[in-house]
Design a binder for this molecule. Structure first.
Ligand code: GUN
Length: 322
């Protein structure tokens, strides 16, 4: 029975009945994120017409100047500009103290012209700063990263329509939707339990009615757990740790990893790989996300979506309080 379902899935998707296909269908985050960004652009244009000159706004607060964070931030600012979101980047020096960062957040919380505020992580300071305290100081109404306890708590209780959903897991759900696979009733396995990826991913899949197993560094039988997954989401932060042989035939595989490994054939001397060994997983999965070009662009698109959502809520609140 299982193999016939798998066969249907593979042949049905490839559209070439009769021929056997050994490769998975690639789920393109580049294409899907472009569609999301185009939709958002139309929504923002409409807002600007309806409320003269109004634009959603996003502020990215950075502490220090890590190269990887600089790159992520410039990608976010570029995406925002293309959609018509007014995005600002505020950088505090590496010498900033916890109080300095808190002061900045509290004043941005008060600023009605900012609808979305994210603090780029990790914090790059010479001083000891409690990251949890910082992410919890962002007003839940502007927390478009969805990292505050209020938003995380709502998500864990299943109040999906009353919170900001963290961008990477939200993007993963969008990519799973693209496959046409129903989440309800499926067995989903999440590897990793970080606040930004694994834990909220677990919650989202659970409230979309999957049976969810979350694995982590102390899980003793990882290959066994992975082999049960109809949907596998990996956010472990370890290059190519999930091997194709572990994966169930026809599974949907979503790879959130971004790892740099040495590669002498590249001018830079390195290349980017995910947490899944792509070449072997591609032989077993029904659908798989590439790295790069999979989850990464979706994270940015979902941040833009949350910002537009926050701006809409602001306009509603302003109208109601007039
Ligand atoms: N650092 C890496 N990814 C993210 C993200 O999605 N949000 C924030 N704030 N920092 C990050």
């Amino acid at each position: 029975m299982l193999s016939s379902i798998t066969h249907f899935l593979r042949v049905g998707v490839s559209g070439c009945q009769g021929s056997s296909r050994s490769m998975a269908t690639i789920i393109s985050g580049n294409k899907t994120s472009k569609l999301v960004r185009e939709r958002l652009r139309t929504e923002v244009d409409k807002m600007r017409t309806e409320v003269s000159g109004f634009r959603p706004s996003l502020l990215v607060l950075q502490v220090g100047h890590r190269d990887d964070s600089n790159l992520y931030i410039s990608t976010k600012l570029k995406a925002a500009a293309e959609i018509g979101i007014d995005a600002k980047h505020v950088r505090l020096p590496r010498t900033a103290t916890q109080d300095d960062v808190l002061q900045s957040i509290l004043s941005i919380n008060e600023d009605e012209s900012v609808h979305g505020l994210i603090v780029q992580l990790p914090l790059d300071s010479v001083n000891q700063i409690n990251t949890e305290l910082i992410t919890n100081s962002v007003s839940p109404d502007k927390d478009v990263d969805g990292l505050s306890c209020i938003n995380a708590g709502k998500l864990s209780r299943g109040d999906l329509n009353d919170c900001f959903i963290p961008c990477t897991p939200n993007g993963c759900m969008e990519l799973i939707r693209q496959t046409g696979m129903t989440v309800e009733g499926k067995h989903a396995v999440v590897i990793g339990r970080s606040k930004i990826v694994g834990a909220p991913m677990h919650d989202l899949l659970l409230w979309k009615h999957a049976t969810v197993t979350t694995c982590h560094s102390k899980t003793p039988d990882l290959p066994e757990q992975v082999s049960r997954a109809d949907i596998l989401v990996v956010g472990a932060g370890r290059a190519e740790m999930v091997r194709g042989e572990w994966i169930k035939e026809g599974a949907v595989v979503i790879d959130c990893g971004i790892n740099h490994v040495p590669d002498e054939t590249k001018a830079s001397g390195k290349r980017v790989v995910g947490d899944v060994h792509f070449a072997s997983a591609n032989q077993r999965a029904g659908f798989i996300t590439p790295v790069p070009g999979g989850v990464g662009p979706m994270t940015v698109a979902m941040l833009m979506q949350n910002t537009v959502q926050s701006a809409k809520r602001f306009l509603l609140w302003r109208k109601m309080s007039q």
